[in-house]
Design a protein around this ligand. Structure first.
Ligand code: ZN
Length: 132
């Protein structure tokens, strides 16, 4: 992590929904994010620190109700094992600010076979040529 802020600072800078997801490991309600329907070319950035996380070319329709990607940008995210809710899942967070983004599951499409199930509240979309 290269960005460290106090809880108070995050509270001030983020919307309540962003704070709930990024800093409290919350999950937004399925189907509520406008990013589910975002199909333009561009870059999905961390809503906490602005770091580019996903390229629009790796987004796919998972039908889960959350924006889904099969591959993050190189080095953009980190993972930890999450055993809460009596499930074993792999939690995904922004490598730069540590903000919680969602989970990754091994049932995604080719070529990676991974499904990064992200909270739209944790992302900001920037239309334009991707790749940053
Ligand atoms: Zn971040």
């Amino acid at each position: 992590m290269t960005i460290e802020k106090s809880d108070e600072e995050w509270h001030r800078e983020l919307t309540p929904e962003q704070y709930q997801v990024l800093r409290q490991h919350g999950t937004e309600r399925a189907g509520t994010s406008p990013l589910n329907k975002e199909h333009r070319e561009g870059t999905f950035r961390c809503a906490g620190c602005g770091e580019p996380l996903f390229d629009s070319h790796t987004k796919f329709e998972s039908g889960s109700g959350w924006p889904s990607f099969f591959k993050p940008l190189e080095g953009a995210v980190g993972t930890t094992e999450d055993r809460s809710h009596s499930m074993q899942r792999t939690e995904v967070h922004c490598a730069k600010c540590g903000g919680h983004l969602g989970h990754v599951f091994p049932d995604g499409p080719r070529p990676t076979g991974e499904r990064y199930c992200m909270n739209g509240a944790a992302l900001k979309f920037e239309p334009g040529k991707s790749g940053d």
